[in-house]
Design a protein around this ligand. Structure first.
Ligand SMILES: [Zn+2]
Length: 420
């Protein structure tokens, strides 16, 4: 047996399987995967990294993020603001900003992301750059273009969308995304709250169109994520058998649909942060009607979080906001909204893994990809720990330490938790 890549010694493991840290554990990583997790035995192997009882979580997974080159979302990762009279900028500079974003996700412990729509196939380009080792970043699942009916949003979102009408165009559009390099399909089941001339309540696609899209995607082995806000949109998507509902804020009004989702394993990605964005943070950037609508929707989204949780629907963390690396704010909001810290962490790890269809991520078990976050303090005591950069001791991505640990604490080798 070759030497392990990494042995983490004296870890307190927190994942979906126990509501408390499991202490004095060792995690062995080989070939980028976890090969063994067990109680510490004897003395540490020579190259083991002593965590001193620190808390190890599975890497966090953001199930709803847009790798759009939007300076207000990218913040520090974005290109500097252009000055008047300055040399026109080559479009390709955007890829450097996206590489900044990729690093920011990883350093914050976001080891996988699902891009739910961006311009010009940015997410596919970034995914390939990471795969080829040109830049570091999280595991990326990309949808290619968002499939939408002919709709006002198509004029606003340009190359983020591909419009199609009728069942056969839906099937063709699914095939085009696969050809483009998509890992899964994203569809607008209904209108978007961020588009003035769209009504988010009714379905935009007919049942026939949605059935054709889901049938084509599933037949080709692709999962389907449906943007659905109002009940008409949610119903057509859920009944057609999509895999995830994005936003889904009106679901608290339809217990039958929540039961159906729980029974069929359809994951809800509540994206609470987006309603805070349109309703508060970026209120001056949106049409007043949309700001008022977002405030109402925020109330509904929190109500739906609770109703979905009580109905046993699997929840996933989707930030749908920025800047990259601040994603765990969504997890904190889910806890503010009524989940326990452990339930929130479960949503952000195993729940999100289910949303993405990943069977080798989201928990700290043998066989899974070694995506891990090591925290100084226990996030089950204070969930905000997950969003404080100074609390992150190190991040492991596919078995490789992304940074750290800080040398002074690495050498200390003493326990900061009970147990040893
Ligand atoms: Zn979104």
């Amino acid at each position: 047996m070759p030497d392990p890549d990494l042995v983490l010694w004296n870890a307190s493991i927190i994942d979906c399987r126990a509501p408390h840290p499991v202490e004095v554990m060792q995690i062995t990583v080989r070939g980028g995967r976890i090969v063994d997790v067990g109680a510490m035995e004897g003395s540490p192997p020579p190259d083991a990294i002593d965590l001193g009882g620190r808390f190890v979580l599975p890497g966090l997974i953001d199930a709803h993020i847009h790798l759009a080159d939007d300076p207000k979302m990218l913040e520090a990762a974005a290109l500097p603001k252009p000055l008047q009279g300055e040399e026109p900028r080559p479009r390709e500079l955007v890829y450097f900003a996206l590489a900044n974003a990729a690093r920011a996700f990883l350093r914050a412990g976001i080891t996988s992301i699902r891009d739910v729509g961006c311009y010009d196939d940015n997410a596919i380009v970034l995914r390939e750059a990471i795969r080829l080792g040109l830049t570091e970043g999280p595991r990326i699942l990309a949808c290619g273009r968002i499939i939408s009916a002919t709709a006002p949003g198509g004029r606003i979102f340009n190359t983020m969308y591909e419009e199609a009408d009728g069942p056969w165009e839906m099937r063709s559009c699914v095939r085009k995304q696969l050809r483009r390099g998509a890992d899964y399909i994203k569809v607008m089941a209904g209108g978007a709250r961020s588009v003035d001339r769209e009504n988010p309540e009714p379905a935009q696609l007919t049942r026939e169109e949605m059935d054709a899209l889901v049938d084509e995607a599933h037949r080709l082995g692709l999962r389907v994520a449906a943007h659905a806000e109002g009940l008409g949109a949610v119903r057509v998507a859920v009944e057609a058998g999509v895999d995830t509902i994005e936003h889904g804020l009106s679901l608290h009004r339809a217990p039958d649909l929540l039961d159906h989702m729980a029974r069929h394993g359809i994951v809800l990605v509540p994206t609470l942060s987006t309603f805070h964005d349109v309703g508060e943070r970026f209120a001056d950037l949106f049409a007043p009607r949309l700001v008022e609508q977002a405030k109402r929707q925020r109330e509904e989204a929190y109500r739906t979080l609770k109703a979905a949780h009580s109905a046993g629907v699997t929840l996933a963390m989707g930030f749908d906001s920025g800047p990259p690396g601040a994603d765990a704010l969504e997890l904190v909001r889910m806890v503010d909204g009524g989940l326990s810290a452990h339930e929130g962490l479960t949503a952000a790890t195993s729940g999100s893994a289910r949303a993405l269809g990943l069977t080798d991520a989201g928990s700290i078990e043998g066989g899974n990809v070694a995506d891990l976050v090591v925290l100084n303090s226990n996030p089950l005591v204070d969930i905000k720990t997950v969003m404080r950069p100074d609390e992150i001791w190190t991040v492991v991505s596919a078995g490789r330490m992304v940074f750290g640990p800080p040398t002074h604490s690495a050498a200390r080798g003493e326990s900061i938790a009970t147990g040893v």
